[in-house]
Design a protein around this ligand. Sequence first.
Ligand code: CA
Length: 241
Amino acid sequence: MKILIVEDEPNIASFEKLELEHEGYTVTLAQTGREALTIFEKSLNDNTEEPFSIVLLDIMLPELNGIEVLRRIRKLSQIPVVLVTARGETFDKVNGLDAGADDYIAKPFAIEELLARIRSVLRRSSSSEAGRANSPSPSQLITFDRLTLNPASYEVFIDQTLVALTKTEFLLLKCLLCHQGEVLSRTEIINEVWGEDHYIDENSVDVYVRYLRTKIDEVFNVSYITTVRGAGYTIRKPSNV
Ligand code: CA
């Protein structure tokens, strides 16, 4: 299992490398965002080497910061990315997750916590890959009124128009569509979208519902995502249509 660690502080980088190698991972270190992108792009084009399974990405990097590195990685790949923040750093978790991070961890952390996060992210990513491999046929498209969601390609269409969603927005929409007619609590949504061992604020669910409404309901003049006061969210067709 190969890990790319992007960390500009040599002490932290060598600590992480040592501990992860001790756990049996193969570690490649990058000290800057640019170096990380060069290494990562090269790995994508090299079929002779084992590909990276996960990226551990420090946010505060010189020149190109971690969020920007993450955005560029996401243009190329859905590889799991864990963001590393520093204590006291004003970092908007929602921003990081919205840029496509799978999880985040705050420095200083116990190595056990890091290992647990890495395992959890890898577990989620391998189960969604299994889902992807099993669901390429059109019969597995999820449809709802004018919406079509393709779990294999991560694409969402309204009628024939592609709707550009971030990974988290996509997963949230998929979660609601897989439970059509059910009301999901925020906790149920967090467990399904972010994973059970992800300590995410319930307000983040509201934030992402707002993003989805901005990109779908407002643009296409529909109202699919319904707030059920005191209970959570559900997706349903407007009854007056
Ligand atoms: Ca740093």
